[in-house]
Design a protein around this ligand. Sequence first.
Ligand SMILES: C[S@@+](CC[C@H](N)C(=O)[O-])C[C@H]1O[C@@H](n2cnc3c(N)ncnc32)[C@H](O)[C@@H]1O
Length: 237
Amino acid sequence: MNYFKDFVENTDHRKLCKWIHYFEVYERELSHLRDKDISFLEIGVYKGGSIPMWKGFFKKASNLIFIDIEESCSALQENGTNVLIGDQSDETFLSKVIQDYGPFDVVIDDGSHLCSHQIISFEKLWPALTDNGIYIVEDTHSSYWPGFGGGYRNESSFIEYSKRLVDKMHSWWTDQDDVFPYDPFGQKINGVRFYDSMVVLTKRADRERPIEIEVANGKIAASRNAFELRGRKSIFK
Ligand SMILES: C[S@@+](CC[C@H](N)C(=O)[O-])C[C@H]1O[C@@H](n2cnc3c(N)ncnc32)[C@H](O)[C@@H]1O
């Protein structure tokens, strides 16, 4: 069953505002969490259409939190959900959200789409993401719009920021400590997936240096020698 197709065809008056290809990404990235009680946070409520969508997708006992800067959104709160009013670029507000409702298994940023806000929210909320948690930033095409703090290859855009996260994820492979030092932040980044207008980041708190295996005749030889290549000292000792 395609949950999202079914949901869209049976919506009520509460308007939902998403790009249609997001549903395929949700299916791919979130389906394994459907029958679990999870803790979920979405930034951006608008007319409230995503509230019943996520409520129906996750298990009943899930903790579903929604944030919007518009006071009027608080009227859209319903049983089993919390709608909090605040600014996604306000770190004090986000700290309170984390303190009261965190940590979160899934965070979706569908708020202002300003690159600076996407970065502030990510830096504040990523540490409050659980092990194996998923962080989704939507409408990242705003990274190509100067009016949103973006523009092609603009260092301040969220897409360029995410590319640097790809580097951080690989930083334990570094062979050039002077220009590319090991960054422990990257150790918890398990994957950075780019879709059109979406960046999906997955977390794994216990990620260890990869193990290489050489296998023949059913015999497995495992090593981490690649980290020691070229006489380089391991950064993990
Ligand atoms: C694209 S809409 C959200 C759509 C909704 N998630 C849905 O699926 O239908 C963006 C929302 O973000 C809110 N927003 C804009 N700037 C914000 C900010 N700085 N902090 C929190 N919410 C903000 C807007 O008020 C608006 O309701």
